[in-house]
Design a binder for this molecule. Structure first.
Ligand code: PLP
Length: 391
């Protein structure tokens, strides 16, 4: 585990940066696909692992990529990290490398994750089990079958359900399984799964880590002994991100803490305002004292994040009218950027699910999910209030 004495903001700015002979204060972009050697012996020293060095970008042996990975490991309190071309690439490599005896997916994970597990991973005869929060008492029986991985998001999408990472890690470890947390929604600013007992953290860095809706990337972080097992899968499946993207992601990580803190603060103000609105039936936000997961969120998170869902006192058509009436919020199926976004989960993340399955998961047509950006919270509240006048 990486336990540098520095605080998270300092790690975000400085960790992983290389000392540039030209004096740049951060790692330059090494856009080379390959690296040259003085002689064959020097090349073989790197190829055969006797010396660290740069070699070939797809292998990750490139200074821009190594610099990013060292920063990612540091900010998630991990020993090592792998950067990927997308969040899905990191999950696919993880499942194939470490999940072959079986995978339990807990809660309402991202739709792409559910599809990958249910279609591609299952088609390889890897047992996959889905457990909703209400079925957690079945977890021990599933673990008893000898699964390798327990995978979850907390908070979940779009209901912001909170799971107890410490408790799940203990239950998984007792039965020889690893616990993996998708920390995309919370970010290391608000939650540190590895310090709570999880074995690995994955990220869609496309979201808060990238933070500007202009990078597609992923990350996997954890102990070197596990990360080393996933590395060859990334290499040979060709899942590397470009050095230019690695450099952009490092640039974004330097401002991660102030960005996420601002989003926490605005989201909290907006959630409180919405909770008082007569046309809003429910606000799902872990920071609200009456939210079912609030006490647990308070224990395991240091901030409540920039994501929330409101459920309206209206049907799907009325809710769509509200979504179509926003002037600042834009309709899009992503999150974590500077601009505030909204989406009706039934039209995006949960579009493909049959109605019965949506009901089982508590997803209704009256929900709108928000990703709160950097606009003034007062402007965002006013935007929601004017849109609610449409019904
Ligand atoms: N995990 C979460 C929580 C997500 O929201 C997403 C995408 O929306 C992913 C993983 C997949 O990430 P990517 O789109 O970068 O492949």
């Amino acid at each position: 585990m990486n336990e540098s004495a520095h605080g998270l903001s300092t790690r975000c700015v400085h960790d992983g940066e290389i000392t540039d002979p030209q004096g740049a204060p951060h790692t330059p972009i090494y856009n080379s696909t390959t690296f040259v050697f003085e002689d064959t012996k020097s090349l073989l020293d790197v190829v055969e692992g006797r010396k660290p060095g740069n070699l070939y970008t797809r292998y990750g042996l490139n200074p821009s990529i190594k610099s990013l990975e060292s920063k990612l490991a540091s900010i998630e309190f991990g020993e090592a990290a792998l950067a990927f071309s997308s969040g899905m690439a990191s999950e696919a490599a993880l499942f194939l490398a470490l999940g072959r005896r079986g995978i339990v997916c807990i809660g309402d994970a991202y739709g792409g994750t559910l599809e990958l597990l249910d279609d591609q991973i299952r088609s390889l005869n890897i047992p996959v089990y889905f457990l909703l929060g209400s079925d957690l008492d079945r977890l021990d029986a599933l673990l008893d079958k000898g699964v390798d991985l327990v995978f979850l998001e907390t908070p979940t999408n779009p209901a912001l359900e909170i799971f107890d990472i410490r408790d799940l890690a203990e239950r998984a470890h007792k039965m020889g399984a690893l616990l993996v947390v998708d920390n995309t929604f919370a970010t290391p600013v608000n939650q540190n799964p590895l310090l709570l007992g999880a074995d690995l953290v994955v990220h869609s860095a496309t979201k808060y880590l990238g933070g500007h809706s202009d990078i597609t990337a992923g990350a996997l972080i954890g102990p070197a002994s596990l990360i080393e097992k996933v590395g060859p899968w990334r290499k040979n499946l060709g899942q590397m991100l470009a050095p230019e993207t690695a450099s952009l992601l490092s640039r974004s990580l330097r401002t991660l803490v102030p960005r996420v803190k601002q989003q926490n603060e605005s989201a909290s103000a907006i959630a409180q305002a919405l909770a008082r609105h007569p046309k809003v039936q429910r606000v799902l936000y872990p920071g609200l004292p009456d939210f079912p997961g609030h006490a647990l969120a308070k224990r395991q998170m240091s901030g409540f994040g920039g994501m929330m869902t409101m459920e309206l006192d209206s049907d799907e058509t009325g809710t769509r009218k509200v979504a179509d009436s926003f002037r600042i919020f834009r309709i899009a199926p992503s999150l974590g950027g500077a601009e505030s976004l909204c989406t009706q989960p039934v039209t995006t993340t949960h579009h493909g699910l049959p109605e019965m399955e949506r009901q089982r998961r508590g997803i209704t047509g009256s929900m709108i999910r928000f990703s709160i950006g950097f606009e003034d919270a007062s402007d965002l509240i006013a935007d929601i209030e004017q849109a609610l006048k449409s019904i």
